[in-house]
Ligand binder design. Structure first.
Ligand SMILES: Cc1cc2nc3c(=O)[nH]c(=O)nc-3n(C[C@H](O)[C@H](O)[C@H](O)COP(=O)(O)OP(=O)(O)OC[C@H]3O[C@@H](n4cnc5c(N)ncnc54)[C@H](O)[C@@H]3O)c2cc1C
Ligand code: FES
Length: 509
């Protein structure tokens, strides 16, 4: 039976950092210690700025700690569509920003002496069906036009199953993302920077030429600039809640009975399956990722997602053991490009979000753009990623339909709350919206011991209803992707406050 935790968060000997408990003054503050925040912090510290990083949980414990760990400008089949939709200059900016991020990561691995198994490898999109070859050919033509290292190949020698062909980007990389983040944090501190874990930021305000943030742990920081690198900004001055959609995907780490392919593969799908070697698993380790769905989809968020991945892995590889299973979240944008730069209606607050599950390179590119904006240096890619944009007509249509869906969820969920299940029906290990005498509809979980843990069903972000995630035993909000533990504590934002505990004997505690 595999262990239920991200394969990248298993090291026992990691450094931990004190929560923020006092007032600090700095040149720049960064909220979020994932790859985007830590890269930003280090790039600024290298320019001589004093930087404070504030992290709600632990370094690398967000989506960076649940990624596949591919570092590549190949993000599935995107470039033909991007050229058609946004024009060649914008598509070139995206391609080159990401390809330069691949190189920046390698140089930071070298400079920080990061022991993160950074390995150069090809990234390949494979077609199982010859009917998909036309798409690969069109993508190859687009990627070549944009200056990416693209080529078409027939049957790669390292795959144990037959394919129709593959699109290869040479000289990309994979690594251990959390060990990389740990190295960035260490280097930041050696340059006079500071990192505080367990320090969730609950308020941000600009006062003239300063930005001030307050942490739930008690302290505050005042700085000349703020970079909000929290996957989705927790402040919404740019309509990011309306312009993005949260999605989850599932990962498993396994050992085969022989060596895995050396390349990093993703299927043209469906179903989309992504895999790469897993060096900590020895000579036969491999990681598989797939089974994406929208956050809060109660029908899909169950352990069957890992079951599907395992079934596919066994069908295509000679699997010996399954070792770890986990799930993670990222946000997509209405026009397919990340939002990066100055947050609208602010002067000194920068944001980065909407990486479409390709934020190791996109987040690194975003860090470069945001630090250039802080330093007043021109960046050739900044305009294409500009955070305040609404997008083209197609994006506007999508924003309208996504938000109509959120509104329907808001209303639909309220109706659903009128007909919750009786509490007595809840089986051990199950969570659901239930009817509780005196407390109305609550979100309740029955532990295997029979004990009930009940919390408010109303998301503390903007009031949508949370839904049970049976895969991860959490309460997830479909509206903007906030997630809460069984005890109501925030697992991931934009919500900053926990779900209220409900005492089923006597109403709200
Ligand atoms: C299953 C899956 C596989 C993926 N695989 C790949 C891949 O192979 N290659 C690739 O390029 N991309 C991949 N991605 C996407 C990539 O992992 C993410 O886009 C990237 O890690 C985002 O990094 P980040 O630093 O912006 O966010 P995160 O890593 O999520 O970091 C944000 C941090 O902010 C903290 N935070 C949040 N709110 C607050 C607050 N209020 N106060 C303080 N701190 C706060 C969080 O705790 C978190 O640590 C994948 C995504 C998924 C879901
Ligand atoms: S995440 Fe916005 S309402 Fe729940």
């Amino acid at each position: 039976m595999s262990e239920r935790r991200p394969v990248w968060l298993t090291d026992a000997d990691r450094t931990s950092y004190e929560p923020l408990s006092r007032s600090r003054i700095a040149d720049a503050l960064v909220v979020g210690a994932g790859i985007t925040g830590l890269t930003s912090a280090l790039l600024l510290a290298r320019e001589g700025l004093e930087v404070v990083v504030l992290e709600a949980a632990g370094v690398g414990s967000g989506t960076t700690g649940g990624t596949t760990g591919k570092v590549t400008s190949q993000h599935g089949l995107i470039y033909r569509d991007m050229i058609e939709r946004h024009g060649e200059p914008v598509a070139r900016a995206y391609a080159q920003a990401n390809q330069q991020a691949v190189e920046l990561i390698e140089s930071l691995v070298r400079d920080t002496d990061a022991r993160c198994d950074h390995t150069r490898a090809s990234a390949l999109v494979f077609a199982l069906d010859s009917g998909q070859m036309g798409d690969l050919e069109a993508e190859h033509a687009a990627a070549s036009r944009l200056g990416l290292p693209s080529g078409l190949i027939d049957q790669p020698t390292d795959l144990p199953f037959q394919i129709a062909g593959a699109l290869e980007f040479t000289d990309q990389a994979h690594f251990h993302p959390v060990r990389y983040c740990d190295a960035l944090a260490r280097e930041l501190i050696s340059l006079g920077g500071h990192v505080h874990e367990q320090s969730r930021i609950i308020g941000l305000a600009e006062h003239g030429d300063r930005v001030e943030v307050h942490a739930a742990s008690g302290g505050s920081v005042t700085a000349g600039h703020a970079i909000v690198a929290t996957l989705l900004p927790f402040i919404d001055r740019g309509g990011f809640f309306a312009k993005t959609r949260p999605g989850r995907a599932y990962g498993i780490a396994a050992r085969l009975r022989s060596a895995p392919p050396a390349g990093m593969y993703i299927g043209a799908g469906p179903p989309v399956r992504s895999f790469r070697p897993w060096p900590d698993g020895g000579d036969t380790g491999i990681i598989f990722v797939g089974e994406s769905h929208e956050t809060g989809d109660e029908e899909k968020a169950n352990p069957g997602r890992w079951g599907e991945l395992e079934r596919w892995a066994r069908e295509h590889f000679d699997v010996d053991t399954f070792d770890y299973r986990w799930s993670a979240q990222d946000y997509s944008t209405a026009d397919g490009l990340p939002y990066v730069g100055r947050s609208p209606l602010t002067d000194r607050t920068l944001v980065a979000t909407g990486f479409h599950k390709w934020g190791l390179s996109n987040g690194t590119a975003a860090a470069r753009i945001m630090t250039d904006l802080v330093l007043g240096v021109s960046n050739p890619f900044a305009e294409s990623f500009e955070a305040g944009r609404i997008g083209d007509a197609r994006a506007v249509k999508k924003i309208i339909s996504d938000n109509a869906k959120v509104a329907r969820m808001f209303v639909g969920d309220r109706v659903e709350r009128l007909s919750p299940r009786p509490l007595a029906d809840l089986r051990p290990g199950e969570g659901a919206l239930v009817r509780a005498d005196g407390s109305g509809t609550v979100a309740a979980y029955r532990a295997p011991s029979g004990e009930i843990q009940a919390v408010s069903a109303t998301c503390t972000h903007l009031g949508c209803t949370v839904h049970w995630n049976d895969a991860e035993n959490s309460w997830d909000c479909q509206c903007h992707g906030s997630r809460f533990g069984r005890d109501g504590q925030v697992l991931s934002g934009p919500a900053a406050e926990p779900l209220e505990t409900v005492d089923l004997d006597g109403g709200s505690a």
